[in-house]
Design a protein around this ligand. Structure first.
Ligand code: UFG
Length: 329
């Protein structure tokens, strides 16, 4: 398949490009490099430095490159910023995705894989989280993802698009060979910050909240390896052959891990203490989020390979050791 990976120079997109190549597909990348890194993409991968909202340019690429499937990873993903700058999020995450879908319609491309998030569920009433829980996001970021899901559902209902929507839990880790990995600017995610605290690159890690109703008082999350996430995107291709598909899956390991357990695991993997201090709760953090991944397992035959958190953190550590400052540019 010819697969256009939109946002392919970002964290999850770049890992997906690798997995697509390994599975024998032709991956092409479209990215405006606002948050993506050119160095995350191999030189032999066709690369288009283009804005998602440029409908005419995107239509031309889709047509000329005979694209079969579009995978869409390009989004702003800072939950806190989405609260203070909502329009930035609605414009890019919702508005530009509509432009992309229009370009696909112009070019006659009907297969779409969309990166959604467990943040569309808001604060779940029951755990682990199944796909048919009510979706009630508590921030604009989650809201933008839910809006796109709604559009895809409406398009599927009239057979205009076959979509697979993946609701990611916490993406973590890096490619097994340490050649690509996580590099956000600014970095807000727990595992890279904990590694940086261990190596002394950043100050002590702040533990946001120690009075949650969880076994050790810190938040529980489901850390799923980025290569496991990527593999699900390819496993879903067969389903996209059916016109009018709207398939949606939680992607998580199903295992909850607390902030303190992450810090312990980082200490074990790196062999260094992680300086940490207790801090107030971060606004908008639900106490516990972890997946019931039965649907992805049974319908896609998806099996996450990284089930223990240390093996995931070991890949992040390998990436960090070979790229202590991340990508060059
Ligand atoms: N945390 C700390 N200290 C830090 C950073 C994080 O204690 O310095 C805690 C957070 O409070 C949270 C956990 O570590 O309990 C994980 O936080 P991350 O920022 O790594 O990830 P989030 O769970 O906040 O966010 C992830 C994705 C978002 C997505 C969200 C869904 O990155 O894109 O899950 O809830 F929206």
């Amino acid at each position: 398949m010819n697969v256009l990976v939109v946002g392919g120079a970002g964290y999850i997109g770049s890992h997906c490009v690798r997995q697509l190549q390994a599975a024998g597909h032709r991956a092409l990348v479209l990215d405006n490099l606002v948050y993506g890194h050119r160095a995350a993409i191999a030189e032999d991968v066709p690369f288009f430095n283009e804005d998602l909202g440029n409908r005419a340019a995107v239509t031309k690429i889709l047509t000329e490159e005979k694209i079969d499937v579009v995978m869409h990873f390009a989004a702003y993903a800072y939950v806190g910023e989405s609260v203070t700058e909502p329009l930035k999020y609605y414009e890019n995450n919702t508005g530009n995705t509509i432009q992309l879908l229009l370009a696909m319609q112009d070019a006659g491309v009907t297969k779409f894989v969309f990166s959604s998030t467990c943040a569309t569920y808001g604060e779940p009433d029951t755990l682990p989280m199944v796909e048919d829980l009510p979706q009630a996001p508590i921030n604009p970021y989650g809201q933008t993802k839910l809006q796109v899901e709604a559009v895809l559902k409406d398009l599927a209902a009239v057979d205009k698009m076959s979509s697979a929507v993946f609701r990611y839990f916490n993406a973590a880790g890096a490619a097994e060979d340490g050649s690509i990995g996580e590099h956000h600017d600014p970095e807000t995610h727990l595992i890279p910050l904990a590694i940086d605290a261990a190596t002394g690159k950043r100050p002590a890690l702040k533990i946001f909240g120690t009075d949650y109703p969880t076994p050790d008082g810190t938040c529980l999350r489901d850390y799923v390896h980025v290569d496991d996430l990527s593999r699900a995107h390819i496993a879903v291709f067969e389903q996209l052959e059916n016109p009018g598909t709207f398939a949606h899956y939680n992607l998580g390991t199903g295992k909850p891990t607390s902030v303190r357990e992450i810090l312990d695991a980082v200490e074990k993997v790196t062999g260094m203490p992680v300086p940490a201090e207790e801090a107030p709760r971060r606004a908008g953090d639900p106490p516990s989020l972890y997946a019931d991944n039965t649907k992805a397992r049974t319908e896609l035959g998806w099996e996450p390979k990284y089930l223990d958190i240390e093996s995931t953190i070991a890949t992040a550590w390998k990436w960090h050791q070979s790229h202590p400052d991340g990508y060059p540019e």
